[in-house]
Design a protein around this ligand. Structure first.
Ligand code: ADP
Length: 720
């Protein structure tokens, strides 16, 4: 099917043609034939890289041309920005929403396409964003993640709620190949489009004894490194003009591999100078310096510990073909579109807590393998597993390459999954009695799959009892309603178990402490926690002695719970160091994490600090102002003494500290010091920006009769 023939706005078709896209890929054509432009629901379950995004984009533009509005749901924040950029600059208004869970974001509704994570959409539904009712097309990217224990229940509930609110809305689910697509399509009342078609031929094989075994034959690989098969596999592809992605099990392995690969590739491409210099210039940690050194020779590593700018440099270097090889943890496979001629799946065992090393599921293998082959650039793609010995070759073929796609199943009946959803269904008016709750749940994928919901009913009842016992839900006869507390918890988008823990502890404590609050928050089910090694325990014990009386929660008696207690404590320590202005590099070294991890943890704790502040306000607790202050401290990574300075736009932790240490401790003092002094400390551009802000404030504040307007000091202090 020619792109020029399909019913799309002319300017969009021109953009596609300009990019060299003329013909729809076969699965895309099938979507059109199955009624995509006539509003039919679709489940598109096709391999990675076979053009799912374009399907969604065409459908969205068709809706917008008819004055519709589209919501595109992604599972990860990183994917949200990628899609946002992809959909932008195509003649429609695009918005993105991933954080700030207690806002209605009315302005977002001015867009034609809204890209959001499933958590954000759930929170928008809870906060009654009005424009949700205007959505005519819902796209759910990576809908197979409904099977994930962690994210699946939110995806499932969001789909159910959206369809309940907007019954006429078209739904398009985009999925990797799955074993039971018919069931999922049935739930979505959707036409099913499945295919094994790929834009580039994919050859899958197993490497052993200097040879890659394919089903179709063998390929000999030149031995350059005596000790490292993985390096030989990389150099083999590079010698043919290809690039390589190597998936390994841990960050440490990714870094170690990139160092070896850099030593073997030894690229002298002058184009590498720029990205390497950029990384070197901004490197704050040992890891950053290692990355810069690797990139200088044409190799890189990529994992969640990298900062955003570091990631961007690596990805761009790879897309331009300058970086020849990237070693990565499997996070890269989950979303980012970085295809390479050869994908090497070196480590297929992964550490699972309590279970030791476990093989990764076949679906993960297929997701990584799917990254092989750049359309129009590579004649074919290759995915290669590495076997320990000849005996393992066939085993790897069976377990991964020939394995049927895995089935997806609802996870909402799992313990703990429903507390937050039961509360939100009642608080947002989807259900007002137990029967209404259960009948809403009849719309779930779980009930569609199992035809009955006994397990789920039990999960609903457990959640309901918890919510009633903790005063979030009120029961009058058969009627259920949310209390003020329950409504706030639902709107704040935190787990009701977290809210109950926070509120009961805050009520009990008489002395406020930052560390007590942090440790409490880090102990809630909403907070990701650092792992604790045996060697960490002594330091943590010492820290507990030093801060005796500040930590609110008691050490539990059970061994397993103690582990969690220590993990929360270590996480709290990291965050406390951040708010105490410890430089990033030292934090990373001290806790063996990357800047990306620190950023992620600060973001999570900020959300829970904000929620704690709101809860303490509602219960009129005396700690409320302290919590609010600490929220700002954490957001900026500063001690309390810098609070007045960071209120100025453009002033963050580093500049505020520099001003403070030079005796400039407040906005009044900034004015008093004068622009020249301030420029010396924080640079001309920012200094001018700050003075413009201050002068605007001075002008905006009318003076009482007889007061002298020349003294910035007194003027400013009146409006702060
Ligand atoms: P998926 O989401 O299925 O993993 P993408 O939508 O990211 O795959 O598509 C992979 C690549 O294929 C993108 O670079 C996209 O621009 C390109 N592509 C998609 N459809 C076509 C087409 N009909 N013709 C040419 N290239 C296409």
């Amino acid at each position: 099917m020619q792109i020029s023939e399909i019913p799309l706005p002319e300017h969009l078709k021109q953009q596609y043609l300009a990019k060299g896209m003329q013909v729809l890929y076969p699965p895309q054509a099938e979507c059109v034939e199955r009624g995509m432009f006539e509003g039919r629901n679709l489940l598109v379950a096709i391999p990675t890289a076979s053009g799912k995004t374009l399907i969604a984009e065409m459908a969205m533009h068709s809706h917008i041309a008819r004055k519709g509005k589209c919501l595109y749901i992604v599972p990860l924040k990183a994917l949200a920005s990628e899609k946002y950029e992809e959909f932008s600059n195509k003649g429609v208004r695009v918005g993105i929403a991933t954080g700030d869970f207690d806002r209605r974001d009315d302005m977002l509704g001015n867009n034609d396409i809204i890209v959001a994570t499933s958590e954000k959409v759930d929170s928008l539904l809870r906060n009654n964003a009005r424009w949700i009712a205007e959505i005519t097309l819902l796209v759910i990217d990576e809908v197979h993640l409904i099977d994930s224990s962690h994210r699946g229940p939110v995806v499932e509930m969001v789909i159910a709620k959206m369809r309940y609110r907007n019954p006429a809305m078209q739904v398009i689910g985009l999925s990797a190949t799955i074993g039971n697509p018919k069931v999922l399509a049935g739930w979505l009342d959707a036409e099913l489009v499945t295919s094994t078609w790929r834009p580039v031929d994919l050859r899958q094989g197993v490497f052993c004894n200097d040879r890659i075994h394919f089903r179709e034959g063998e390929r000999r690989v030149k031995v350059v490194s005596k000790n490292f098969d993985d390096i030989n596999l990389c150099l083999d592809t590079i010698a043919e003009g290809g690039q390589c992605l190597v998936f390994v099990s841990s960050r440490r392995n990714a870094e170690a591999f990139a160092k070896r690969a850099a030593g073997a590739i030894k690229s002298e491409d002058p184009g590498l100078k720029e990205p390497a210099k950029e990384l070197e210039r901004t490197a704050e940690t040992e890891m950053g310096k290692t990355l810069a050194a690797c990139v200088a020779r044409g190799a890189a590593f990529h994992h969640a510990g990298l900062s955003r700018p570091e990631r961007a440099v690596v990805e761009e270097g790879f897309r331009k073909g300058l970086i020849k090889c990237i070693s990565s943890t499997p996070t890269l496979a989950a979303g980012l579109n970085l295809p390479a001629r050869r994908v090497i799946i070196r480590d297929y065992l992964r550490f699972a807590a309590g279970e030791g090393m476990q093989p990764i599921p076949a679906s993960e293998y297929h997701q990584m393998a799917g990254r092989a082959g750049r359309p129009r650039l590579d004649p074919y793609g290759e995915a290669v597993l590495i076997a320990k010995d000849e005996g393992q070759v066939e085993e790897l073929f069976e377990y991964y390459i020939d394995a049927p796609a895995e089935e997806v199943h609802s996870k909402i009946a799992e313990p703990n999954a429903l507390y937050t959803h039961v509360l939100s269904l009642i608080a947002s008016g989807f259900a007002g009695t137990r029967n209404e709750l259960l009948s809403f749940m009849d719309r779930s994928f779980y009930v569609h799959e199992h035809r009955q919901g006994r397990l789920m009913q039990r999960a609903v009842d457990t959640a309901l009892k918890f919510l009633v016992d903790n005063d979030m839900i009120l029961e009058v006869g058969e009627h259920l309603g949310s209390s003020e507390f329950g409504t706030l918890v639902s709107r704040l988008y935190i787990d009701p178990r977290s809210a109950a823990m926070i509120v009961s502890t805050l009520h009990k404590e008489s002395d406020y402490s930052d560390l007590g609050l942090l440790h409490l928050i880090c102990s809630t089910p909403d907070m990701p926690r650092l792992y604790v090694r045996n060697t960490d325990r002594a330091a943590l014990d010492r820290m507990m002695d030093e801060h005796d009386g500040e930590i609110w929660l008691e050490m539990p008696g059970e061994e397993e719970e103690q582990e969690e207690y220590y993990r929360a404590l270590k996480t709290a320590m990291l965050l406390s160091d951040w708010a105490d202005e410890m430089p990033d590099a030292r934090i990373c070294e001290r806790y063996s994490v990357g800047p990306g991890d620190v950023y992620g943890m600060v973001e999570s704790v900020n959300w829970l600090l904000h929620a704690s502040g709101e809860l303490s306000r509602m219960f009129a607790l005396t700690f409320h102002p302290r919590i609010r202050e600490y929220e700002t401290c954490m957001k900026n990574g500063i001690r309390r003494e810098l609070l007045p300075l960071v209120k100025l736009r453009g002033i963050g932790r580093v500049r505020a500290r520099r001003l403070f240490n030079n005796g400039i401790t407040s906005p009044e003092a900034v004015l008093g010091a004068g622009i020249e002094t301030v420029t010396k400390l924080i640079g001309r551009g920012i200094a001018e920006q700050v003075f413009a802000q201050l002068e605007k404030r001075v002008r905006a504040t009318p003076l009482p009769e007889g007061e002298d307007n020349m003294a910035g000091q007194s003027t400013l202090s009146r409006f702060r």
